[in-house]
Design a protein around this ligand. Structure first.
Ligand code: ADP
Ligand code: MG
Length: 259
């Protein structure tokens, strides 16, 4: 028998995070207000283990607020966040098992690359030998092993973002959150880093929630897209599905259909 026949027997080819996989990250009824402004309303969503989901929406729709709430960097007014059957809604950020990468890297300017990456491991009191080993491993993963002793100002924007990624990954998070990590980079580097990010994510099987306002980026990278508007998730679906069957006027407009 050829491998093709075997595959036919197994039914249609599923994406790595198939619909049958149990939800790993669950958002239930999340709501958040800043003063009089309702910034998040009734956010309900599930993400499977190993899935790459993009939160896509225009500036000001609440993407960063949602990501920061999942990371524990801002408080919610309502709702529950569950990871791997553990409710984390009230846990402090460092106990959530969540890594985060920001648009502007947020590296420590006075620390070498290796010390930037070591930061989370020091907080966790990981012994020095193991720290070295893990820093080495993760710098190899982001292809920065030759730059371990440099300072951030000696690196390009793309390299800085890879340090930020290494720093997030070194503590082996259950979930990786990335808030417009490519938006500050020039087009050529952005394209390269896009591929590298996706490679690393798939290699590690890492559950990822990625934020962008760039629909092309979302279409190229994601298993699924959550389309956000005005603090709500308007539509969830595979990239092709959102592109070919947007659910309404806002979704159509944002996916590049103007009618
Ligand atoms: P996005 O990341 O999609 O651009 P944000 O989550 O940053 O959107 O912001 C959503 C809305 O919440 C915006 O109207 C913004 O002005 C408001 N907002 C964000 N952070 C704060 C804050 N700390 N205080 C008051 N309003 C805020
Ligand atoms: Mg934002």
């Amino acid at each position: 028998d050829t491998p093709d026949t075997a595959r036919d027997d197994a039914g249609p080819v599923a994406s790595p995070a198939s619909a049958a996989a149990p939800e790993y990250l669950r958002l239930e009824g999340l709501a958040k207000r800043f003063g009089e402004t309702q910034v998040l309303s009734q956010i309900d969503a599930e993400i499977a283990k190993g899935e790459f989901v993009t939160l896509l929406g225009p500036s000001g729709c609440g993407k960063s607020t949602l990501l920061r709430a999942i990371a524990g960097l801002n408080q919610l007014d309502d709702g529950r966040i569950v990871v791997d059957d553990e409710e984390i809604t009230a846990l402090p950020p460092q106990r959530r098992g969540i890594g985060m990468v920001f648009q502007h890297y947020a590296l420590f300017p006075n620390m070498r690359v290796s010390d930037n990456v070591a930061f989370g491991l020091r907080m966790q009191k990981v012994p020095q030998e193991e720290r070295r080993r893990r820093i080495d491993e993760v710098l190899r993963l982001v292809e920065l092993q030759a730059h371990a002793n440099k300072f951030p100002h000696q690196l390009s924007g793309g390299q800085c973002q890879r340090v930020a990624l290494a720093r997030a990954l070194v503590v082996e998070p259950r979930i990786l959150l990335m808030d417009e990590p490519l938006s500050a980079l020039d087009a050529r580097i952005r394209g390269h880093l896009r591929e590298q990010l996706r490679d690393i994510q798939q290699t590690l099987g890492l559950t990822t929630l990625f934020v962008t306002h760039d629909q092309e980026e979302a279409l190229m990278m994601s298993d699924r897209i959550f389309l956000m508007h005005d603090g709500r998730i308007l539509q969830q679906g595979a990239a092709e599905e959102l592109y070919t069957r947007p659910s309404g006027r806002h979704a159509a407009g944002f996916m590049g259909h103007y009618n």
